[in-house]
Write a protein that binds this ligand. Structure first.
Ligand code: DLZ
Length: 158
């Protein structure tokens, strides 16, 4: 049985030729900004050039997929990263929005053949969100590593 090569390790990825689109929600802004800072730090560390990173802001996570779709259509886009923080309240609104955003982001990726990283965090409490955005659970770096891996993988198909 033949096996395809494993995906490129993000640690070994040279990002200097990548074009990265980032869409980030403003809702829960401090937490999303913390995620964004960590994402940008990891992208820069991998050699992604500032001029090749475009960041757009939207009101809330619900608006993220539409802009992700616009970014995915830009010429030469390597990967799109979608960032948001959905925190539970008295209802399960956050779970419903989280599910629809997740599905819409997959549709964007498949329709435009550009990888889309789902960096929309869904938590029940503010403490859980803080741990993932500003604390020890470094989701921002994880999202960046996933983006670098997928951008490198996309390059192998072109
Ligand atoms: C309305 C709303 C609420 C209640 N909670 C959040 C949230 O936790 N995280 C988030 O990113 N956005 C939230 N929003 C805003 C919606 O995503 C959206 O911006 C509005 O419903 C307008 O379409």
């Amino acid at each position: 049985m033949s096996r395809d090569a494993p995906p490129p390790s993000a640690a070994a990825v040279d990002g200097s030729t990548f074009r990265v689109g980032i869409v980030a929600a403003c809702y829960n802004e401090a937490l999303v900004n913390a995620l964004l800072t960590r994402v940008l730090g990891a992208l820069h560390a991998a050699g992604v050039l500032e001029k090749n990173i475009q960041v757009l802001r939207v009101p809330g996570s619900h608006e993220v997929p539409w802009v992700a779709g616009e970014l995915a259509q830009r010429r030469g886009m390597s990967v799109v990263i979608a960032l948001g923080v959905l925190i539970g309240g008295d209802t399960n609104h956050h779970e419903m929005v989280g599910q629809s955003v997740s599905q819409a982001l997959q549709q964007v990726a498949l329709a435009h053949r550009v990888p889309v990283i789902n960096g929309v965090i869904v938590t029940d409490t503010l403490a859980q969100a803080r741990a993932r955005c500003t604390g020890k659970i470094d989701r921002g770096s994880e999202f960046a590593q996933a983006a670098l891996t997928m951008a490198a993988l996309k390059k192998t198909f072109s």
